[in-house]
Design a protein around this ligand. Structure first.
Ligand code: NAP
Ligand code: MN
Length: 269
């Protein structure tokens, strides 16, 4: 089996990376940065997002696992003092895999045939540094509303505990193949009207955002931001690709949510 390790880059994460690399190599596993079967992320959720995007072209063949040296660790659920246990589990291969849905975003330009396609593990957001965003929202080819406000967030189920949660969105179990749209400060009065509630769209229900006022848009995909002008449309739907996580022990999603946001009493015991 071939593996790779992505570190947050701080001293502690780098030293854990070095330990894992040494041990797994001793177990005859092959360190391969190019075509790994397993990618070990050492850091925080941000590090796992980075690892995901580094290998985003290999969704079919690469699985991820996270060790957290940072704060929260929603995706990164192994702690440094479990590293030896984890190494032994990895060395035993094969491992079990759980798959979570991803978000597909296609940004089309007004002029020409150019389009950019992205996959997001957490979410995409559409904002502007330039007043309000104003766009028509179409769902399954039908006009739904004209949105005016700070922006929109479109998240995956596993990303529903990230930015989406801060915007009042619901937490969606990743066994549901869906995406969620949440509003950022929509303008609602006699003239402008939006639904106001988060919307949860199933697979195949495509959402299309069509700018009415030509603005320069700030489009985020997980942890990175890109500026776009001349945008004809932004299309969002559940991607056909899925992210694969290596599971060496059960850690149910709701326990993960509880431990991250309510209490991690069990861990303190
Ligand atoms: P960051 O500023 O470190 O991320 C914000 C926090 O979100 C961190 O505590 C991060 O954990 C945590 N996080 C990331 N993915 C999560 C998930 N799926 N469930 C629960 N918590 C999660 O920036 P970053 O590490 O590069 O992460 C980028 C993400 O930040 C974006 O995808 C977006 O979801 C989130 N974000 C949130 C807000 C907000 O809540 N108002 C605003 C902007 C961006 P770690 O500390 O372990 O990295
Ligand atoms: Mn972070």
């Amino acid at each position: 089996m071939k593996f790779s390790i992505v570190s947050k880059g701080d001293e502690r994460s780098n030293s854990i990376k070095a330990t894992i690399k040494q041990y797994l190599t001793d177990f005859d596993l092959v360190y391969d940065k190019k075509e790994p079967d397993l990618v070990i992320s050492v850091g925080g959720d941000g590090t796992l997002l980075e690892a995901f995007h580094r290998y985003v072209h290999r969704t079919d063949s690469t699985a991820f696992i996270g060790i957290h040296t940072g704060h929260l660790g929603f995706y990164a659920d192994w702690v440094p003092n479990e590293v030896e246990k984890l190494i032994i589990e990895i060395a035993k291969t094969p491992f079990q895999v759980v798959e979570y849905p991803l978000l597909e975003v296609i940004i089309r330009a007004k002029s020409g045939a150019s389009e950019d396609r992205f996959l997001a593990l957490n979410e995409a957001t559409i904002k502007t540094a330039d007043g309000s965003v104003v766009f028509d929202v179409e769902i399954k080819g039908e006009h739904f509303e004209t949105f005016r406000g700070d922006g929109l967030c479109v998240s995956t189920p596993s990303g529903s505990t990230a930015y989406n949660k801060a915007l009042g969105g619901g937490i969606i179990h990743p066994s549901l193949e869906a995406i969620q749209l949440t509003e950022m400060a929509s303008i609602n009065n006699r003239v402008f009207r939006t639904i106001g509630s988060p919307l949860i769209l199933p697979k195949h229900h495509t959402c299309l955002l069509k700018p009415i006022v030509d603005r320069s848009f700030l489009i985020t995909i997980d942890h990175f931001t890109e500026t776009y002008t001349n945008v004809k449309s932004i299309q969002c739907r559940v991607a056909k690709e899925r992210v694969r996580f290596a599971r060496f022990r059960p850690f149910p999603f709701w326990n993960r949510v509880r431990d991250s946001f309510v209490t991690d009493e069990d861990k303190k015991k």
